[in-house]
Design a protein around this ligand. Structure first.
Ligand code: COA
Length: 379
């Protein structure tokens, strides 16, 4: 008898040196560095370099990397034209997926899978994603997009393009931490998707377009949006207790941003994010949303239903509040997730290319056999 591993649960399909997730210990590392150290010391650019080039850059290498990203930081007029024609109420991930696909149309080297060409395309994908996200946020409101400032960090540049206002150091630091925490997470569905496409020797734009298609599903990239909507429904810190009693305990509603397939203890990213979300709230002089989130988490942490099932806050829980305080609307949050995860996706495409084996699993056939052909007019 063949065993079917539905959902590929527990099936190891490849090796990676990009990131390591230890779900029982609640530990996440990128290329061997703990996320606690990376978020305390690094910029998103340093982490993207670490993932792509397998080691931390020295100062000269980091400068060259930033220059490489800056060289790709442009918003071509044809992207603005096409965005202006898109229906304004389209799902933002449908928009981003389409724009990344179009990027491949206009890159003459799209089908050159050499390492040199792939690295330049990886830089372009990392540079373009925040530009597309900020431009769409404005264009869908009827506002003109703001061109990227090549002299800013990726986090600062995105915030500036999004609002047109110069972000504060606290806002830049908060987004930098969020992007680092999203940068990679082993073989999650979108990353696996990108590797399947790369394994056919298809081009990197196809691989990332497919990854974005996987991210769009509510089971993957939509949780930060759903979490913020839940906090908005609660509305006020005074309503947290009744929401928990009536909706969660009384009505069986799941707490959005809680629970994880891999982590059976606290998601280490949520611990870091709680700290940074609180710091950002205090720096903005408004702890309203943080108080709702922390109040609900505290009730769940004291409830045996959650502790016995080991259901804790995941990465989306506090990040939804952090992003909302940065002025990002809930349905744009999955795109900001994609800005961070782009470094991981392109890294996995490159890793797949290094030792490629076509990914081609099998299915157990359980349909009928030996059926008798019946002519069309006799059916
Ligand atoms: N709130 C309340 N109860 C929850 C819960 C939550 N967020 N997440 C899981 N549970 C409960 C389930 O109802 C189930 O209870 P049961 O044993 O009485 O049936 C038990 O915990 C196990 O949950 P299960 O759905 O089997 O876990 P999973 O590993 O398949 O699913 C998630 C993980 C993430 C899909 C799930 O926790 C979830 O839906 N969370 C909310 C959405 C979310 O934040 N998703 C983003 C993940 S990064």
């Amino acid at each position: 008898m063949h065993e079917v591993a539905k959902g590929l649960v527990g099936v190891i399909v490849t090796e990676t040196t990009a990131s390591m997730v230890d779900g029982s210990a609640g530990h996440l590392t990128y290329r061997g560095y703990a996320i606690e150290d990376l978020t305390a010391h690094a910029s998103y650019e340093e982490v993207a370099y670490l993932l792509l080039h397998q080691r931390l850059p020295n100062r000269r290498e980091l400068t060259e990397f930033q220059e490489g990203l800056a060289a790709e930081m442009t918003l071509e007029p044809y992207f603005v034209e096409v965005m202006q024609r898109f229906p304004k109420n389209s799902h933002p991930l449908t928009i981003l997926r389409t724009l990344i696909s179009i990027t491949g149309v206009y890159d003459a080297t799209a089908n050159d899978n050499s390492l040199e060409a792939e690295l330049r395309k990886a830089y372009r994908l990392i540079a373009y994603t925040p530009i597309f996200t900020a431009a769409w946020a404005r264009i869908r409101q009827g506002l003109a997009p703001i061109p990227p400032d090549k002299h800013l960090s990726l986090a600062a540049s995105f915030l500036h393009m999004h609002t047109g206002v110069n972000p504060t150091p606290a806002e830049i630091a908060a987004l930098n931490v969020y992007l680092i925490l999203m940068a990679d997470h082993s073989l999650n569905p979108s990353t696996f998707t990108s590797r399947v496409v790369a394994s056919t020797d298809s081009d990197i734009y196809s691989a990332i377009t497919a990854a974005l298609g996987a991210l769009k599903g509510p089971k993957h990239g939509g949780a930060n949006e759903a979490t913020m909507e839940m906090f908005m429904e609660i509305g006020n810190p005074e309503n947290v207790s009744s929401f928990f009693t009536e909706q969660v305990k009384g009505n069986g509603r799941k707490i959005m941003g809680f629970g994880h397939r891999v982590y059976r203890t606290t998601d280490p990213r949520s611990v870091i994010l709680r700290h940074h979300t609180e710091a950002l709230a205090k720096s903005l002089g408004n702890t309203h949303w943080f108080d709702i989130a922390a109040g609900l988490e505290n009730l769940a942490l004291a409830d045996p239903y959650f502790t016995e099932r080991r259901i804790y806050a995941n990465v989306d829980y506090y990040s939804s509040v952090l992003l909302y305080m940065l002025g990002i609307e809930p349905n744009l949050m999955p795109l900001v997730f994609a800005i961070g995860r782009m470094a991981g996706w392109v890294t996995h495409v490159l890793e797949q290319r290094l030792e490629n084996r076509l990914i081609h699993p099998e299915a157990l056939y359980i349909g009928e056999n030996d059926r008798i052909w019946v002519n069309l007019e006799d059916r």
